[in-house]
Design a protein around this ligand. Structure first.
Ligand code: ADP
Length: 367
């Protein structure tokens, strides 16, 4: 019987529970034993009760639950070899030789590091008498399959990440609520949204709510006097009869010299230049919470089914796969290629090559 571990890691995302549920249930139907690893890599390092065999009933009702019920954590020990050595021992003692990891690029990089080190870890455990020769022979390879759980939609090689659509919807609801009060008082609102170094949530929220102006990291305003340009746009909309002004700022927004653009700075400009009664709203963690949208439940379910299939067909020589989505089809491509492309976006931004950043991020929105 194939024994597969499943864990959620990094920032929580709505839909992670649907992943775990689908891995557990599809895995069981394929004759596998599925183990939930609680608290991300921390549970892998700590072992014991953090690694639990899952039954069909254990994930009942999980589709509708936000966050991740098996917990997630940022785990420093897993970044060290000693931590990964302990993690390897815990996997072997539970008989697990395959891991499905649902997380962001950091978590997936960690998984790939773990797999590439596996033969060395095994050797060291054997030399230290922590595993037997028989176990060494049995657990020669570690299979890793990645699923991208991230509200930011910041992973290359996939159109959409698990949790992003729910978060976007939450942002839209919040901006709609703000709009009522903005309209009543004829106010301006500067809304800061999450996304780390990715502008997807801000850009899509801008389109979905009809914001006046959006600031994202991948395409900073090109004008030296962008403050004036923004004011002109807001003013023009006001002259057309609009009673509210909504500016959406990604938390990673920058100007073309890579300086952060902060919501408070924009507020001061709108107040000083246009005399608008302006408020700042930082949406914060409400963006991550709540029940997953139907789309995220479905995406997580069908990607997780594919993840189990990918485990079952993996060979020792094939690179670790990442399950993604492209043109509405589930994809299965090399995990580290996707991580490298994701890092290339940050690299392009740091070199002020914004056209390249946009193209890498999403060709659909490139010039
Ligand atoms: P995300 O997966 O959302 O990008 P992080 O970057 O915080 O989040 O990564 C989550 C966890 O993954 C880290 O706390 C650490 O345990 C593990 N991790 C990240 N990068 C590495 C790495 N290069 N090597 C080993 N483990 C890593």
């Amino acid at each position: 019987r194939k024994k597969i571990g499943v864990l959620t890691s990094g920032g929580d995302a709505p839909g992670m529970n649907a992943c775990v549920r689908a891995v557990v249930r599809y895995g069981i139907t394929k004759g596998c034993d599925i183990f939930a690893i609680y608290e991300g890599y921390q549970g892998l390092v700590d072992g014991g009760s953090f690694i639990k065999k899952m039954e069909w009933k254990d994930v009942r009702g999980w589709l509708a639950v936000g966050g991740t019920s098996i917990g997630t954590a940022r785990c420093m020990p897993f970044k060290t070899r000693e931590g990964r050595l302990q993690a390897a021992q815990n996997l072997i003692s539970n008989g697990i030789d395959a891991l499905i990891v649902c997380g962001g690029d950091g978590s997936l990089t960690g998984a790939d590091v773990f797999r590439s080190e596996w033969p060395g870890l095994l050797k060291e455990l054997k030399e230290n008498g922590r595993v037997s020769q028989e176990e060494c022979d049995k657990f020669q390879h570690l299979t890793i399959v990645g699923l991208v759980g991230s509200i930011d939609n910041d992973m290359s090689s996939t159109d959409i990440t698990i949790g992003a659509v729910t978060s976007l919807h939450r942002i839209c609801e919040s901006v709609d609520s703000i709009s009522s009060t903005a309209l009543s008082h004829s106010r301006a609102f500067v809304v800061e949204v999450m996304g780390r170094h990715c502008g997807w949530l801000a850009l899509m929220a801008g389109i979905a709510t009809g914001a006046d102006f959006v600031f994202i990291p991948e395409r900073p305003p090109s004008e030296d006097d962008w403050e004036q340009v923004m004011c002109d746009v807001a003013q023009r909309h006001r002259h057309l009869g609009k009673r509210k002004t909504v500016i959406i700022v990604a938390e990673g927004a920058i100007d073309k010299n890579l300086n952060a653009i902060k919501a408070d700075y924009i507020k001061d400009i709108l107040t000083d230049k246009l005399g608008l009664d302006t408020r700042v709203t930082t949406l914060g963690h409400t963006q991550r919470g709540g029940s997953p949208a139907a789309y995220d439940r479905i995406l997580a379910t069908i990607q997780s089914v594919e993840a189990v299939e990918a485990v079952l067909r993996a060979t020792p020589d094939s690179p670790s796969p990442l399950i993604g989505t492209s043109n509405n089809k589930i994809t299965c491509g090399p995990l580290m290629k996707a991580v490298e492309l994701t890092h290339a976006v940050a690299e392009a931004i740091s070199q002020k090559n914004f056209a390249r950043a946009m193209e890498l991020r999403d060709p659909q929105f490139a010039d």
